[in-house]
Design a protein around this ligand. Structure first.
Ligand SMILES: [Zn+2]
Length: 554
């Protein structure tokens, strides 16, 4: 994960006035009453702040709200530090004094902020946020720079710009806008692989862009992941995400149970974080529970959840690991429920295991390629939780695996038989016993209903632009004793067969018992909601499933 695990919070701690950066005033404080400030924003330039907080509130809910509020007002935060209590008090009383020295620097800073490259960067990213992009890919080549976006899970060309303009914009973003301590280098350099965290306010919402670049022949590739720091007001539900009725029933039971882990797997970009946060929303709405999340870094702020950010660095070793600190912080807050961004190594594995073993309910994501595969992943050498522990009765509450597929726009979809070859369609009939007469494909050119504003239409890749959002195809497993026994014994193949033997209905029904994520997707295909082309793209040709289906029958 290289530099991506750098944080919005930092390990810098101020213990005396000597440590304090020159500043011109205090832009905001929390709480409002000044006697015992816990968080301060020092103005170090026009609209440029250093966020200062007591260690115990740094990275917490108030800390994030404070930050979101300021970013929403158009401030940039150059970095965040922790400080002694007496220092916060002294700064708050005497702070107004040191002002004038900064005026000149401030003027320079104002000019930089108003500069064309900075404005260009903010404008382009703003447009992409508006159309719902989650990732931005910028490919700078010898003559031109292409901006591509991941939209509804599909990589699309957005626009092309002059090379120099894009390089200047990236340079300004990296050198001026990025948080100083999040940068791998002091200044932008197109010949280096660089990473940074760039705060950005857009339409009074706060965002952070996780920037990574790498030189390529003739230029560079930059990838910016858009993180939403302001809570979305859109209501989230498992149904809207695409979970079917029996999956939702299973998940509601798992979410409500007091113990065990709900593990969500999927590849990068499969929407597992969104599912995780939707479940947390559901828990918050039920009330009566203290929920604490530990993330690295915090990607979405959920109201009613205390978010902690892990202090991890590249030099972490097993002996000096941040696990103890994170676990202490977690237990100190006396939560009922823990949310861990991702279990990806021994440290995060230990945190999750300790939390479950001390009687907490946990929610987390794992990189695995199937629901049952989560067990193998958790007990792999990389994460190192004993398989017997993972398969004990109270460890797993639900295993979820999901992928995202584009949903065809209903206004412009076309009958599949007008688009696809008879041979391909007959395969669906032969292998899955589906009726291709009910299939639809997304239209190539899209329509006014599904058109994305600002997007350049490109004939050579116009294929299947007629999509309207994404839908989940998932498998939800709440293991019974027999399944746990097979998995505990390492009989993964038998476990899979056992699970698939539970299938009692055809692939054109919404009953998901014993079906994998592809089975869920086939239901979408049979309803004309998912283009068979995207099914093949995601899972493979029907003929590839013959063995699997045969194994489940024997
Ligand atoms: Zn359409």
């Amino acid at each position: 994960m290289a530099a991506t695990s750098k944080h919005m919070t930092t390990a810098i701690h101020w213990s005396s006035l000597d440590d304090v950066t020159v500043f011109s005033g205090i832009a905001a404080q929390w709480p409002e009453h000044p006697a015992e400030p816990q968080i301060l924003a020092l103005e170090v330039g026009p609209k440029l702040l250093v966020q200062l907080a007591l260690p115990e509130v740094s990275g917490g809910m108030e800390w994030f709200q404070f930050r979101s509020h300021l970013l929403g007002q158009g401030y940039q935060i150059s970095h965040a530090v922790t400080a002694e209590r007496h220092l916060l008090r002294e700064l708050n009383y005497g702070g107004q004094g040191q002002a004038q020295q900064q005026v000149q620097d401030a003027e320079v800073e104002r000019l930089i902020q108003a500069s064309e490259p900075v404005q260009n960067f903010k404008r382009i990213i703003g447009e992409l946020i508006d159309i719902g992009a989650s990732d931005v890919h910028i490919e700078v080549r010898t003559d031109v720079a292409a901006v591509k976006v991941r939209l509804h899970g599909v990589m699309r060309h957005y626009k092309s710009y002059p090379r120099a303009m894009v390089l200047d914009a990236l340079g300004a973003a990296f050198t001026v806008l990025a948080e100083e301590l999040s940068r791998t280098d002091a200044a932008f350099n197109q010949r280096l692989a660089q990473a940074a965290m760039i705060p950005l306010a857009h339409q009074s919402k706060a965002f952070a862009l996780r920037y990574q670049s790498h030189p390529t022949v003739g230029g560079l590739d930059a990838v910016l992941r858009i993180l939403h720091l302001t809570q979305s007001t859109e209501p989230r539900s498992l149904e809207r995400l695409g979970y079917l009725s029996d999956q939702r029933d299973q998940l509601k039971l798992s979410i409500a149970s007091a113990w065990g882990g709900v593990f969500i797997a999927g590849i990068t970009g499969s929407g597992k974080t969104t599912t995780l946060n939707t479940m947390l929303d559901m828990l918050v709405r039920q009330g009566g529970r203290k929920i604490v999340s530990i993330e690295d870094p915090v990607e979405y702020v959920v109201k009613g959840v205390s978010h902690l950010s892990i202090q991890r660095s590249h030099s972490d070793t097993e002996s000096s690991n941040p696990f103890m600190g994170a676990m202490r912080a977690f237990l100190r807050l006396d939560p009922d429920v823990g949310m861990f961004g991702e279990i990806r190594d021994r440290i995060s594995g230990q945190i999750a295991q300790s939390a479950i073993e001390t009687g907490h309910k946990i929610f987390t994501t794992v990189h695995a390629t199937s629901a049952l595969g989560i067990v193998a992943r958790l007990s792999s050498r990389m994460i190192g939780i004993d398989r017997r522990t993972v398969c004990s009765l109270e460890f797993v509450s639900a295993l979820v695996y999901q992928v995202l597929l584009p949903r065809s726009c209903l206004a412009c979809r076309r009958p599949a038989k007008q688009v696809m070859s008879v041979r391909d369609l007959l395969e669906f009939e032969r292998v899955f016993e589906l009726d291709p007469e009910t299939f639809f494909c997304a239209s190539d050119e899209g329509c006014s209903e599904c058109h994305i504003p600002g997007m350049e239409q490109r004939a050579e890749e116009g294929a299947r632009l007629g999509v309207a959002g994404m839908t989940v195809a998932a498998e939800v497993v709440t293991p019974d004793v027999q399944l746990l026994q097979l998995l505990a014994d390492g009989q993964d193949f038998e476990a899979r067969r056992y699970r698939m033997s539970k299938r009692k209905s055809g692939f054109d029904t919404p009953d998901t018992a014993g079906k994998d994520a592809w089975g869920h997707a086939l239901y979408g295909v049979s309803q004309g909601a998912i283009d068979p082309y995207f099914f093949i793209n995601t899972f493979g040709y029907p003929s590839a499933f013959k063995n699997i289906l045969q194994a489940s029958r024997s």
